[in-house]
Ligand binder design. Structure first.
Ligand code: MN
Length: 243
C-alpha cells in the first residue's frame, strides 16, 4: 500500500454566477458530492477540462463520479427532443461521454448518480424515457419510494439489502439498458433505479444518495467507489506519478 488517497474525479455543471461586476460562466460541483467522497476516504477533484482533454484526465484519476444535472441530449440515443426535455448542454454531454467510455476502457471504477446513470447508459448504447411522472421533488433529502435490489447484483453486494428507501428527483430514466450493463434495482412502478456493468466496475443509481439522511444507502455507495478506486490505484498501469 502506498497510502495515497485515491483521486476521485467528479463531473461538474455549467452555470453562471451573478456578482457585482457582471454575470460570468462557472463550472461547479454540488458540495454534497465533495463531502460524500471525502467522508468515504477519497480525494475529490472537479473535472473541468475540455472534451478533448478527457483522456488526459483519466491518466490522473483513480475513480470517476458522474454527478447529477441537466437532461442528456436525445440526439445521443437517436430520438427527437420531447418538449419536456430540458435544453442540452452540448459540451458537457461530449465531455462526459468521452470520460465514461475512456474510464471503462481503462478499468477505472465509475459511480453514476441521477444524470450520471442516464449519461452512462446512453454513452454505452442505451436509451432514456424522456419524461416520467414519478419524482417527489419537494422532498429532496427524504425517502419517497422503495427500490427492489436484485439479489445476484453487484449493488446487492454493496448495500446488502433487498429493499432500499430512496429520494426521487428525476423526470427521465433508463428505457433500454445498454448491452454492457444490466438492471440491478427498480421501483415498484417499473422505473429502472440502478444499473451496473456486466464486466466492468460500474454502479449507477437514479436516486441521490449524497443528499439522503444517515441510515440510507449513501455511505455504502461512496465507500464502494473509494475501495474500488484504491484497488485500481494499486494496480494501475502506467503507475500514478510519485507523490
Ligand atoms: Mn425514483
Amino acid at each position: 500500500m502506498s497510502g495515497r488517497l485515491p483521486v476521485i474525479g467528479m463531473t461538474c455543471f455549467n452555470d453562471s454566477w451573478v456578482f457585482d461586476c457582471g454575470t460570468w460562466p462557472i463550472k461547479a460541483v454540488e458540495a454534497e458530492y465533495v463531502r460524500a467522497v471525502a467522508d468515504a476516504g477519497g480525494l475529490p477533484v472537479m473535472l473541468a477540462g475540455r472534451p478533448t482533454q478527457a483522456m488526459a484526465l483519466l491518466e490522473r484519476i483513480d475513480g470517476l463520479l458522474m454527478t447529477g444535472g441537466v437532461d442528456v441530449n436525445p440526439v445521443h440515443y437517436g430520438e427527437a427532443r420531447d418538449p419536456r426535455t430540458g435544453p442540452p448542454d452540448v459540451e458537457r454531454d461530449a465531455y462526459e461521454i468521452a470520460l465514461v467510455r475512456g474510464a471503462i476502457a481503462a478499468g477505472i471504477p465509475v459511480l453514476g448518480i441521477c444524470r450520471g446513470i442516464q449519461l452512462i447508459n446512453v454513452a454505452l448504447g442505451g436509451t432514456l424515457h424522456q419524461h416520467v411522472e414519478h419524482a417527489v421533488k419537494d422532498k429532496p433529502t427524504i425517502p419517497v419510494h422503495d427500490v427492489e435490489v436484485l439479489e445476484a447484483s453487484r449493488l446487492f453486494g454493496v448495500v446488502g439489502r433487498h429493499r432500499l428507501q430512496v429520494n426521487s428527483l428525476h423526470h427521465q430514466c433508463v428505457k433500454e439498458v445498454a448491452p454492457s450493463l444490466r438492471t440491478s434495482a427498480s421501483a415498484p412502478d417499473g422505473v429502472v433505479e440502478a444499473v451496473e456493468g456486466l464486466d466492468s466496475p460500474v454502479l449507477a443509481v437514479q436516486w441521490h444518495p449524497e443528499m439522503q439522511q444517515v441510515g440510507t444507502s449513501a455511505p455504502e455507495l461512496f465507500t464502494w467507489l473509494v475501495e474500488e478506486s484504491s484497488n485500481y490505484l494499486q494496480h494501475r498501469w502506467p503507475p500514478a506519478a510519485p507523490a
